[in-house]
Design a protein around this ligand. Structure first.
Ligand code: G3P
Length: 220
């Protein structure tokens, strides 16, 4: 399973990259706004900065703002030309599916976002999306089961041999990461806190403290 970080915060991206486990980055308009990145010029520069931090071969999702086919295609092309790492992130709407199919023919990578059902997942795979982003945290927020959705999509994709990668998104906790791995997600995209949260275990802390104390006792 690949690890993406879900943020536009350059320090967080740098920290995850330095851990040596980072495979890519996802952003969205809310995450860009949260970092105060506004205006086309600054937004495009920010995507370039992210690509420079993560280095070659790491996919970076950049989302279109347009909601009509023509606009999405124009925006997506501009984003894809920015850097070879860029994956065009497109919402799960009718024109979005058309744009994904169009980009698929051009061999431009896409990430179909705002996915909440198995039916949407089938449509995105048929259109040739590179990644599919089911938002598991937001499904949980309304007391449905986000992990069950990942399992269902994984079952369908395996049976139908769809090539679209399941990118579990809207991950909130380390437990979500473990559950997404068990459910067959190809990728998880998570905030830094969820990634570093995987490190924590009280027995590790207790064990390390004891090893160091024993070493000090023996070695003075
Ligand atoms: O990857 C999608 C993600 O950014 C949405 O997360 O926490 O806003 O539901 P959240």
């Amino acid at each position: 399973m690949q690890f993406f970080i879900d943020t536009a915060n350059l320090d967080h991206i740098r920290e995850a990259a330095e851990l040596g486990i980072l495979d890519g980055v996802t952003t969205n308009p809310s995450l860009m706004a949260k970092e105060g990145i506004t205006g086309e010029k600054n937004i495009l520069k920010h995507y370039r900065d992210i690509c420079a931090i993560v280095g070659p071969g790491k996919d970076v999702s950049a989302e279109v703002i347009s909601t009509d086919f023509k606009g999405m295609v124009a925006e997506g092309k501009k984003l894809a030309e920015l850097h070879e790492n860029i994956v065009v992130k497109i919402p799960m709407i009718k024109d979005g599916i058309k744009a994904i199919a169009h980009f698929s023919e051009l061999d431009i990578k896409t990430n179909c976002t705002l996915v909440f059902s198995a039916g949407q997942a089938i449509l995105a795979a048929k259109a040739g999306a590179t990644y599919l982003s089911p938002f598991i945290g937001r499904v949980d927020d309304i007391t449905w089961d986000g992990i069950a959705l990942i399992k269902e999509i994984n079952e369908i994709y395996s049976l139908q041999m769809y090539e679209t990668a399941i990118l579990a998104a809207s991950i909130r906790t380390p437990l979500h990461i473990v559950q997404a791995a068990k459910a067959g997600a190809d990728v998880v995209t998570c905030p830094l806190s969820a990634i570093t949260g995987l490190l924590n275990h009280p027995l590790t802390d207790i064990g390390l403290e004891k090893f160091l104390a024993d070493h000090k006792k023996a070695n003075g």
